[in-house]
Design a protein around this ligand. Structure first.
Ligand SMILES: Nc1nc2c(ncn2[C@@H]2O[C@H](COP(=O)(O)OP(=O)(O)O)[C@@H](O)[C@H]2O)c(=O)[nH]1
Ligand SMILES: [Mg+2]
Length: 444
């Protein structure tokens, strides 16, 4: 096993630059650089000396952490140097000369942690999400995932299934006839697991929205002021604004943060009949985006009636709000209940709309979280894995008339265990690991 090293802290220059070393040679490397090994897990200040030239590279805070109780499970060293490009370059150059040492690949520290059983795949994904987190809700969710919220549930299900397998095998060994009592017992345990899997799956959509952003789509007639409102929220000129109707054709997407939640705001082509093939495609995309959104804002110039009106949202479809635009052009006029009125020119109503959106997001988050206890699947891989597990459990439970414990039942239970193993990474093709760990940065 190679010993790997990398700059694990951020862009240089910085106050501190942390170089991490992991693997069997890390103790030797530290010994050579710092003139000895300090007491394990105690921060000490040492001059780091290039073993060949005897040049002092830097004075650093040094940590020696022998495995296996480390992040990677291997012997690990951390060198907290002055965060200058020259210091880090010189240190890296020095480490590169050591036989058995090489620069780490992206995600290689985390990959070793996974291979050494320090993390399962869901915890590793949580860690990648935590490093990438930009909003408060993302941070909370990623941290809970990295600390094993989902992993714990998977482990508990695995134990239950293993107990069922043991029970089935014991029955097969000791009796010739299928034991119906044991089969019923196994079925009741499986039902318990299935209930929990379904409960977690019910939180999947919200968890994925928290991770990837809630989708809010602006729709309305041409010239309603959609692109102007998008720009106002983005606080920069993202979409082209023009008095010419039919200007926006493609979807224009802006990532935002509102009330601690990640949001993707999408501007669309104005909805109208058109002879232009390009614009018609834009209208098609607009309708599609609105169908898949979490919230649709229908923009209507103040004083005009809405396209779809203020009809309640179709059940299961996205929420729909009517936003009256260009309030500055209207004198007086009552605002219908439940509507918002804004002017992108004067800024009137924008702050209120933003607050209302924040409240809506918070409601989604709070409602969705109750009952899920932060263990929901947070990405498509996890969701599909749990769906497959639920299907397998359902098919075992659908055996129809109890026919007693038999070989087939044991096989089916093993199928369920494999489905769990695929989520935790116990059973996994190399390509999945590559895709997951390749997403990490170097040094993680
Ligand atoms: N007076 C006024 N004009 C606006 C406002 N918002 C947009 N407009 C104008 O309405 C026209 C169409 O705006 P645009 O954002 O391109 O509409 P879209 O077709 O819905 O994207 C442009 O000339 C804008 O300057 C507003 O709040 N007040
Ligand atoms: Mg537009």
């Amino acid at each position: 096993m190679d010993t790997i090293y990398a700059l694990s802290s951020g862009a240089l220059p910085a106050g501190v630059g942390i170089v991490r070393i992991s693997g069997p040679e890390s103790g030797m490397a530290l010994h050579a650089l710092a003139g000895g090994l300090p007491e394990p897990r105690r921060a000490v200040v040492r001059a780091l000396v290039d073993p060949k030239s005897r040049d002092v590279i830097d004075e650093a805070l040094v940590l020696w952490m022998p495995g296996p109780g480390t992040f990677t499970g291997e012997d690990t060293v951390e060198l907290h140097c002055h965060g200058s490009r020259a210091v880090i370059a010189r240190l890296i150059e020095s480490l590169a000369q050591w036989p058995g040492l090489r620069m780490a690949e992206p995600g290689e520290f985390a990959r070793r942690a996974f291979l050494n059983g320090r993390l399962d795949l869901t915890e590793a994904e949580g860690l990648a999400d935590l490093v990438a987190a930009e909003t408060e809700a993302q941070r909370r969710q990623a941290l809970s995932q990295a600390r094993g919220a989902l992993a714990e549930r998977l482990l508990a299900w695995r134990e239950t299934l293993l107990r069922c397998v043991a029970e089935v095998e014991a029955q097969l060994d000791f009796s010739d006839e299928g034991d119906v009592g044991s089969e019923l017992e196994v079925a009741s345990r499986l039902r318990g697991v299935l209930l929990e899997v379904r409960e977690l799956l019910s939180g999947a959509r919200l968890a994925e929205r928290i991770r990837d952003g809630f989708v809010i789509v602006l729709v309305g007639a041409p010239n309603a002021g959609k692109s102007t409102l998008l720009n106002a929220f983005a606080r920069r000129d993202v979409a082209i604004v023009s008095a010419e109707p039919g200007t926006t054709r493609d979807l224009v997407t802006v990532p935002l943060e509102l009330s601690g939640y990640a949001v993707t705001l999408i501007d669309t082509a104005g909805l109208r009949e058109t002879v232009s093939a390009v614009e018609a495609e834009g209208v098609r995309r607009a309708r599609l985006a609105a169908e898949e959104a979490d919230l649709v804002l229908e923009l209507v110039p103040s004083g005009q009636s809405a396209l779809v009106g203020d009809a309640p949202a179709a059940s299961g479809g996205p929420d729909r709000w009517v936003i009256e635009t260009k309030a500055d052009l209207l004198e007086g006029g009552d605002l219908l209940r439940g509507r918002h009125r804004v002017s992108a020119i004067t800024g009137a109503g924008l702050r209120e709309l933003e607050l209302a959106l924040g409240e809506w997001l918070t409601r989604q988050g709070v409602d969705g979280f109750s009952g899920v206890s932060g263990a929901a699947p947070v990405n498509a891989r996890q969701r599909e894995g749990l769906l497959r597990l639920a299907e397998r459990l359902e098919s075992v439970l659908k055996r129809g008339q109890p026919r007693g414990v038999d070989e087939l039942l044991g096989e089916e239970l093993r199928g369920c265990l494999r489905a769990i193993g695929r989520v935790t990474g116990e059973v996994d093709p190399e390509s999945v690991l590559g895709a997951i760990f390749g997403r990490f940065c170097i040094g993680k």
